[in-house]
Design a protein around this ligand. Structure first.
Ligand code: UD1
Length: 366
């Protein structure tokens, strides 16, 4: 890649980035745009990274920086330091950043200092909760990005309120939904059947947010929630490595109606969710996937940066103490959901983003 040719560099680093990257990459490829991928290596386990590359048919990264885990300051500092040289050498015309993880922030800071334009996919989401590391990343990345691609009208409104230039905000829909629709015919139903053998109905639970698993007290509340929920319905729990030890110390292994499994690949996880009676989660992306699939979702958080999944989807917020009551509503078939899906969640977000990126490249050549 050289500075005098149109070129796009994508930076991704952890599980939630990968389903957003796929549709954008493929749409730019169809347009014949030169592109390169850097994987920061923030996630490195097969179940959190390589399996997603296989399931989503993602390109092989040109570089994997092998950043790995660390405190927020250490990880972010390593990302900034490791990204500077390859970005300066590649001299891309624009860098596309995804979501709200530390790798997204690292890329935004480096590009801003190198004076290289950036596009942020999933701009404008706000939980208004600065105790979430992702919220800090979102605010900072959106301040630095040149093109802001929003997945919902509330995100557009947030950016406008923060004074972002209207011409740089684009409402494009949700590339997570593009990936989901693309994957539906290929979901790994066999693995899902094996994991749920003998069960008539089941709930899927995922928990990994620091607020729910990092401290002894919150881990104990999460385990109490699982205990109560599993008395209503058997639970399948694909467990992120973060917090595993804490949840086990809080008594997770004593819960006989909770089947704990390793984190699942994309095609396995969605096959499991598609047939579930309900999902309980603290993830961002799963709130969107359950809305797209029409599965009741209880988000165990005090807030969400994705309110469109409540106003136009199947999502409800709940304290750990209130999850079982809401699960009862879902199991009795009385879960109310709006008729209208979120606007533009139609599987064409990648195309819209690619068109806007191409337009940006054409203008920057003039
Ligand atoms: C990161 C994102 C979060 C996203 C989540 C999805 C940030 C601030 N957070 O959180 O938004 O929802 O990914 O998974 O970027 N670990 C492994 N193997 C790995 C990676 C991590 O075992 O491949 C363990 C390590 O013990 C590590 C811990 O998980 O310390 C946390 O990893 P980290 O990348 O810091 O953040 P996540 O909790 O994964």
């Amino acid at each position: 890649m050289t500075g005098d040719e149109r070129s796009v560099l994508h930076i991704a680093g952890a599980r939630p980035n990968f389903p957003k990257l796929g549709p954008v990459w493929r749409a730019l490829e169809r347009r014949g745009v030169r592109q390169t991928l850097i994987h920061t290596g923030q996630h490195y386990d097969d179940s959190l990274s390589d399996s997603f590359f296989r399931d989503l048919d993602l390109p092989t990264p040109r570089l994997n920086l092998g950043i790995g885990s660390g405190s927020h300051a250490q990880q972010t500092a390593s990302l900034i330091s490791a990204l500077e040289r390859p970005i300066a050498e590649l001299k891309p015309s624009i860098v596309v950043l995804y979501g709200d993880i530390n790798s997204t922030l690292g890329g935004a800071v480096v590009c801003a200092k190198l004076n290289i334009p950036t596009a942020h996919v999933e701009a404008g989401l706000r939980s208004f909760d600065r105790s979430m590391p992702e919220e800090i990343n979102r605010v900072l990345v959106d301040t630095l990005a040149d093109l802001l691609f929003a997945t919902s009208p509330d995100a557009v409104a947030n950016l406008a309120r923060e004074g972002v230039r209207p011409g740089s905000i684009h409402f494009v829909g949700n590339p997570m939904v593009d990936s989901l629709l693309h994957a539906l015919p290929r979901l790994d139903a066999q693995t899902a059947q094996e994991l749920t053998r003998g069960l008539e109905s089941y709930a899927v639970v995922t928990l990994h947010r620091p607020a729910n698993v990092d401290q002894d007290a919150s881990a104990a509340e999460s385990v109490a929630m699982l205990d109560e929920l599993s008395r209503l319905v058997p639970v399948i729990l694909p467990l992120h490595p973060r917090g595993k030890q804490q949840l086990e110390s809080a008594g997770l292994s004593d819960l006989t109606r909770v089947r704990m499994v390793e984190p699942l690949s994309y095609l396995r996880f969605l096959a499991l969710v598609r047939e579930a009676s309900l999902v309980v989660t603290d993830s961002g992306g799963i709130q969107e996937e359950t809305t797209a699939l029409g599965i009741p979702c209880i988000t165990m958080r005090p807030n969400t940066e994705r309110p469109v999944t409540i106003t136009h989807g199947t999502n409800r917020l709940a304290d750990p103490q209130d999850v079982a009551r809401l699960a009862g509503v879902a199991l009795s078939g009385l879960w109310q959901t709006p008729h209208e899906p979120p606007p533009l969640w139609d599987g064409r977000a990648g195309e819209r983003i690619a068109a806007l990126v191409e337009d940006f490249l054409a203008k920057s050549l003039r």
